[in-house]
Design a protein around this ligand. Sequence first.
Ligand SMILES: Nc1nc2c(ncn2[C@@H]2O[C@H](COP(=O)(O)OP(=O)(O)OP(=O)(O)O)[C@@H](O)[C@H]2O)c(=O)[nH]1
Ligand SMILES: [Mg+2]
Length: 182
Amino acid sequence: MSLVNFTTREITCKIVYYGPGRSGKTTNLHYIYGRVPETRRGRMVSLATQTDRTLFFDFLPIDLGQISGFSTRFQLYTVPGQVYYNATRRLVLQGADGVVFVGDSQARQLDENIESLQNLQSNLLEHGVDVRTVPLVMQYKIRAPPTTRSSSIVARAWGRRTSSWRSAMRRRPSPRSSTSNI
Ligand SMILES: Nc1nc2c(ncn2[C@@H]2O[C@H](COP(=O)(O)OP(=O)(O)OP(=O)(O)O)[C@@H](O)[C@H]2O)c(=O)[nH]1
Ligand SMILES: [Mg+2]
C-alpha cells in the first residue's frame, strides 16, 4: 500500500519495473523521463554497466501534484534483469505498491519470461507478499514478426492474473502504442 504521511500530507507510491534482461525496463523510465515536464520530475539515477545493462537499479521520482490536499509522488524503479543479480532485485522490490512486468514477446524468450515471473513471485514471498495481491501490469516488448507471438498466445503462456496488458513499441510507428501506455 502507498505510504501516507498525515503529518507532512504526502502520499508516496513505489512502482517497480520487473522482468528478464533486455526486455525494456530501463527504456520505459527513459521514455517517461522524456515525457514528463521538468517541473514534475526529479533527477533520474541509472546505475548501469558500460553496455547499458542495469547493475543495481534505475530510479525516477515523479511529482503528481496535489490530490485532495496531499502532495503525491511516484517513485519508479527498475531491477537488473540479469539472473545473477537476484539479491538486488529482491531489495528493490521491497515495499513495492505495484509492479510493471516487462517481458519479451519473442517465441524464444518464453522460458526467460516465465523464469522471471517465477522469480518475481518468490522474491515477493520473501517479503511476505503474495503475488496475487499486488497490482500488476504486464507489458511485452514487440519485435518484428514472425518471431513475435500474438498477445493472446503470450498471455496464455504466461498464465497469470493481471490488472492490465499492454504492448510496448519503440516510438515509431505509432506513439499511441508506445511504452508510455503504461
Ligand atoms: N523492438 C523493441 N526494442 C526495445 C523496446 N524497448 C526497449 N528496446 C531495446 O531493447 C534493448 C534493451 O533495453 P533496456 O531498456 O536496456 O532493457 P532492460 O530490461 O533494462 O535490461 P537489463 O537492464 O539488462 O535488465 C535496448 O536496445 C532498447 O533500445 C521495444 O519496445 N521494442
Ligand atoms: Mg535496465
